[in-house]
Every structure is written in structure tokens, then in C-alpha cells.
Design a protein around this ligand. Structure first.
Ligand code: SF4
Length: 275
């Protein structure tokens, strides 16, 4: 979004494309408030709205807003979103793609997960080739991109310094993910974890929403595939498959650790499993 006046964040409900929040959306200021607001959201839309105004992690709030004020030289003409990046995509998705955290000058700038950074370039191109996105590029919140049967989210919803959230920040943010899994549970069949951090963050939340977890915890790897079953008496769908995928970070794509074909293999498999 073009704007010459830097501001620390976009005020909710002021016309940013796809902004789920309004000035009346309740704001979490602590881990306890995250847990309470996540549990009571009642819909994916309200959940996204509440996520998008959260201020529960002081270090991350400071960082995301500092970045939004200073901006990268190549984006000096833009207004940065500067808020948490909520889950985004199809409201009836069978596939959830879970990443680590938004990029400081990617999602934290554009307001949409994976949008406007190099990882997103690789990710959305693969989703498009696999029939899970309507276009290969995702550059801004008003670019017309739409996901098909798929939703994306970050385990930690604010951009962290050096891409490294602290364990306490991951834990504070976890109820947003738990609530997202619950709200999606009628449709959800596959979770694709982009990288080891997302893989580790997912398993405890699957237990919370009612799946029996394998012991020991399955090892992350590209193409790892684990199907879990709902614990007796739980609300979760009977089975859910978790897929591992190397993160399409610049380091991984530059070094060839992950290639376009490798991403396509995982997302084709996700689509096949999603029915
Ligand atoms: S990381 Fe999560 S819990 Fe912490 S401020 Fe951001 S959205 Fe809130």
C-alpha cells in the first residue's frame, strides 16, 4: 500500500484489503487473554480478527512496529501492516499449511501470510501448479490471490527478530493455532508443516484438539507423512495426516536443499490426501 507517512501499524477497520478486524475487535495483552479470546472467537473470521490485533508479546510487538516505521529502503514508499498475520485462505479448507512466522518485510508489510517475500514466491508458485491457488504470485493483499481448499497460518503470528521466536512467544501464540484447528476441524484432513519449527509447534496442539499422538514424536523430514487418529470421545475428525516439507527459505532454495519439484511432490500429495 502506498503511503509516504510511516506509521507503526495499520489501525484496524480502516480499509486495508482483507483486514478482518474493526475498531471494536477485542485486543489480547497477555497469554491469558490470548487463551480466552481464542477460545471464545466462535468463527474463523472473528478468530482472524482477534489474532490480527494481538499485543500479547512485548518484544514482538516492539519489533514488528519498529520495522513498520523504519521500513526497508526498497519499500520506503509503502505503508507496512505492522500487525500480527492471521490465518488466511479458504474458510472450508481441507489442507492447512503451517509456517514458522511472518517475514519482517513480507507478511509484516503486506498483511498476508507468505505474501511479498521470497519464500512466498516459491510457495505460491507450487500451490498454483498443484491446483491449490488461483495464481502463481502473491505480492499484496489486493492482488486477487485466492487459495483453493487450503488455508495458511504461521505458528507464531508476529515477525520475530532474526526469524527466531522465543519459546515463551511460541507458547503464548499457541492458543490461536489451537482455535484455528478447532474451527477448521469439520473440513481439515491434512496439515503441511513448512520446516522443523512448525512441525514441533503443531504436535502439542493436535493433542489439545483431540488426536492421539504417536510416541515418540515423529521425526521431521521432507516428505515425512504421519496419520493420527482422534482419541475416543473427542470432537476431532477420525484421521488427520501431517506432512513434513522443507521450508522454501532463501537459504534452502539457494542451496538446492529444496527445489520446485520437491515442493510440488508434497503439495500434490496433500491434495491427493485431502480428497
Ligand atoms: S506472536 Fe502471537 S501471541 Fe504474540 S503478540 Fe503476536 S499474535 Fe499475539
Amino acid at each position: 500500500m502506498a503511503n509516504d507517512t510511516p506509521q507503526p501499524f495499520v489501525p484496524p477497520g480502516t480499509g486495508w484489503p482483507g483486514d478482518p478486524a474493526t475498531a471494536a475487535t477485542p485486543v489480547a495483552h497477555s497469554a491469558a487473554e490470548v487463551a480466552a479470546l481464542a477460545a471464545s472467537a466462535g468463527s474463523l473470521h472473528e478468530l482472524a480478527a482477534r489474532e490480527s490485533v494481538c499485543r500479547a508479546c512485548p518484544r514482538l510487538v516492539r519489533w514488528r512496529e519498529d520495522v513498520a516505521l523504519t521500513r526497508r529502503r526498497s519499500f520506503q514508499h509503502e505503508t507496512y501492516w505492522g500487525r500480527p498475520i492471521p490465518g488466511w485462505g479458504d474458510d472450508h479448507a481441507a489442507i492447512l499449511i503451517l509456517g514458522l512466522a511472518p517475514a519482517a518485510h513480507g507478511g509484516n508489510r503486506t498483511g498476508r501470510v507468505f505474501t511479498g517475500d521470497r519464500s512466498g514466491d516459491w510457495l505460491f508458485a507450487s500451490l498454483w501448479r498443484c491446483g491449490l491457488a488461483v495464481q502463481p504470485e502473491s505480492v499484496s493483499a489486493d492482488d486477487g490471490q485466492r487459495l483453493i481448499g487450503t488455508r495458511t497460518a504461521a505458528a507464531v503470528r508476529c515477525a520475530p527478530p532474526d526469524n527466531k521466536p522465543e519459546p515463551a512467544e511460541r507458547d503464548t501464540c499457541a492458543p490461536w493455532l489451537t482455535a484455528e484447528l478447532r474451527e477448521m476441524s469439520g473440513d481439515l484432513r491434512v496439515v503441511v508443516c513448512l520446516g522443523h519449527f512448525a512441525w514441533q509447534a503443531l504436535w502439542p496442539q493436535l493433542g489439545v484438539v483431540g488426536y492421539s499422538l504417536p510416541r515418540p514424536r515423529p521425526v521431521f523430514g521432507h516428505g515425512a507423512e504421519v496419520t493420527v487418529r482422534a482419541a475416543d470421545g473427542g470432537d476431532a475428525p477420525p484421521t488427520l495426516t501431517v506432512l513434513g516439507c522443507y521450508h522454501p527459505s532463501q537459504q534452502n532454495t539457494f542451496t538446492g536443499r529444496v527445489t520446485a519439484a520437491m515442493l510440488d511432490n508434497v503439495f500434490s500429495r496433500a491434495r491427493e490426501l485431502s480428497g
